[in-house]
Design a protein around this ligand. Sequence first.
Ligand code: MN
Length: 343
Amino acid sequence: MKLIIAVLLGSSLLLSCSGPGNEFRYQTDALDWGTDTCLVYGHKAPDVDAVASSIALSRLMCSLGHYCEPRLAGPANRETKFVSGRLGFSLPIVQESVLPGTRIILTDHSEYAQSVNGVKEAKVLQIIDHHPGGDIDGVPFVVCDKIGAASTLVWELYGKAGVEVDNATASVLLSGILSDTHFLTKNATQRDSTALLSLAAQLDMGAEQLAELSKGMSEADSDYSGMSDTEMYLDDVRDYVMSGRQVRIGSLDWAGHEALDAFLDRVLGAMHSLDDGKTLYFAKVDARADDGTAVSYILYSGAEAEKTALACFGKPVREGVCRSSRKINRKYDLVPMLTKALE
Ligand SMILES: [Mn+2]
């Protein structure tokens, strides 16, 4: 399989490697590792794929002789806690900022706005991401392919390096792919299913076990019980810069435990309370219509966010809420639409 290694956004290097482990190892060894521990970070508001890819990549770098440790840029979400408990892997410690000059590797993101505090003064050695178009540039080693999960890319790098994935790491990677692709039903490519099926076979997990695990993970993901409205909004939030504007987008699931309108009111209340006028606040809430169709609601706070949302989705269905008659994806639908509307 050919792995394209592309350097983001106008950097100087474009590499394509399809050779044996040696080439990847050579590229890795050539990085400026220094003498201190290199920290591996997924994005802020860490989800399973962010955490899994950072743990597994850190282990791969260690086995290649480069001392790395994974870190969380913030507390892990419920789905991550659920799956780490279920599969028995421990979570990295939270370290919300890095000192200037720290060597770091980023997985599952390539945007400054989503990265650990201090990233601009740190030395970013690698980016392993599946969201093209990030704004962090000048990084010497970048793998950025638009596929279902960053964990898939890390699994492929083990192959490139000729390093065997041990069973403990296989569980970690499997959970990242299951989570980001919703068990291969969301944004999954052939590469994601190849990786997932290989990991499942290694762990002796059948389709039924995978389905059961995936169901438990999604339930944990949309279980907001015991959270304040603000915690619920911040649970899966991403920050972006669009045409110089700070934009924050939450992503939530309405699980039907309470009336939809009451749920939307809680999310809107949280957005209003966070809104300081400097950032445009949005949320996407996935729900089911009465006939069972998957739909999305797009929530906004403030006049400029309203103008932007209306330009994308037309008339609101109620104050602060637009509706899409199909379920939309934050990364592939909403972000491009808002970006264009803000140009
Ligand atoms: Mn991801």
